[in-house]
Design a protein around this ligand. Structure first.
Ligand code: PLP
Length: 367
């Protein structure tokens, strides 16, 4: 079986996706064609924000957010240590300093209590200017935005939601991509909403940010791309990827139901075997990954392999453990929860097309 079965999804949507691609081949507007605007409208509607601005990938989406917020050398941006590298990378790329924060043990997401401690310590030290927080919707579960937003307001910090893995999740009906001042996502093929290459988007309700984003993604354009009013980048979503995403977005609500059915079934079958993920009340996960915690991770993964069930570790290394950030002098003891998680988590197959056995609560596939 596949860890993520993109071929099954393509077979299901083949006729519609093929027709969409053919339409682009016929009109030939490969860059910023009409499908890009159509997708941005549909994305904004789904997420529940005023503006969705697509770009080349989820890392660029975060970089664009950093540019809009004016993050620069001397600034501190707080982010979880237990995340994918891009979250921290984009902060350092702007010359600012990522300040890592420990995780909440139950949700794997940034811990609001530790976040406030790190902000206070940074202020007390007086070397960096606290500017922003990047919270991550790890494995599809929205971070604790009600608490994080309060902290952002208290210390006058901007809040960025890294929803690269979170698209489709929600808190009390408010969808991922709509939290904070600005949010980003990734359309990397394996993401809950993925395209057939690289892609990303930025979401905001702020009209000024939206105008800046549209300029930054096309070489800092003014009235057109040959009128350049600021330093930007070349980061557009290809029209063909937008065409594919239009069909995938239409099917997304059904896939999300299937992912949640599979998660509920995993919970039923596995909660007495491993520590299973439990979204807090009011939270919906898009289950980018179904991630378990087990003291005997290696033995357990070997056992699943014998049964023909693939497993993957996300993530074996936290940000504070990455070679490139050695200079910060962090130790595992500074992040006890995240360090423990990175040594004990592993993920099971999860996608919208798991075989029916995975969706049938009467069948125990792990017997
Ligand atoms: C949390 C997180 N942020 C950012 C990214 C970057 O997205 P992309 O691979 O599209 O650049 C990813 C992708 O894996 C991610 O998981």
């Amino acid at each position: 079986m596949q860890f993520i079965d993109l071929a099954a999804q393509y077979q299901h949507l083949k006729t519609k996706i093929d027709a969409r691609i053919q339409t682009v081949l016929n009109h030939g507007k490969y860059i910023m064609g009409p499908e890009v605007q159509e997708l941005e409208k549909n994305l904004a509607e789904y997420v529940g924000v005023k503006h969705a601005i697509t770009c080349a990938n989820g890392t660029d989406a975060l970089t664009l957010a950093m540019m809009v917020l004016g993050i620069k050398e001397g600034d501190a941006v707080f982010c979880p240590t237990f995340t994918f590298f891009a979250t921290a990378e984009v902060i350092a790329y702007e010359g600012a300093t990522p300040v890592f924060v420990d995780s909440d043990e139950a949700t794997f997401n940034i811990c609001p209590i530790d976040l406030e401690k790190r902000i206070q310590a940074t202020i007390a030290e007086g070397k960096l200017t606290p500017k922003a927080i990047i919270a991550v919707d790890l494995f599809g579960l929205p971070a604790n935005y009600p608490e994080i937003q309060k902290i952002a307001d208290k210390y006058n910090l901007k809040l960025v939601e890294d929803a690269a893995q979170g698209f489709g999740g929600s808190i009390d009906g408010k969808r991922a991509g709509s939290f904070g001042d600005i949010a980003t996502t990734s359309f990397f093929p394996a993401k809950p909403l993925g395209c057939y290459g690289d892609g990303g988007a930025v979401f905001t309700n702020n009209d000024e940010f939206a105008e800046l984003l549209k300029s930054y993604r096309v070489h800092g354009k003014g009235k057109d791309k040959y009128d350049n009013v600021r330093i930007g980048m070349n980061s557009r979503l290809d029209t063909i990827q937008a065409a594919i995403l239009l069909e995938k977005l239409a099917e997304f609500p059904t896939e999300l139901i299937n992912r949640n059915k599979a998660a509920a079934n995993y919970e039923k079958m596995l909660s007495d075997k491993h520590k299973t993920p439990k979204p807090p009340t009011g939270y919906v996960s898009s289950w980018a990954q179904y991630t378990l915690v087990d003291e005997n991770r290696n033995a357990v993964m070997a056992e699943y392999k014998k049964q023909g069930i693939p497993t993957v570790i996300y993530y074996a290394k936290c940000m504070h453990q990455q070679t490139v950030f050695n200079g910060f002098g962090y130790k595992d003891i500074d992040f006890p929860i995240a360090s423990k998680l990175s040594s004990k988590v592993f993920s099971l197959p999860m996608h919208g097309y798991l075989i029916t056995e995975y969706l049938n609560p009467e069948v125990d596939i792990f017997k």
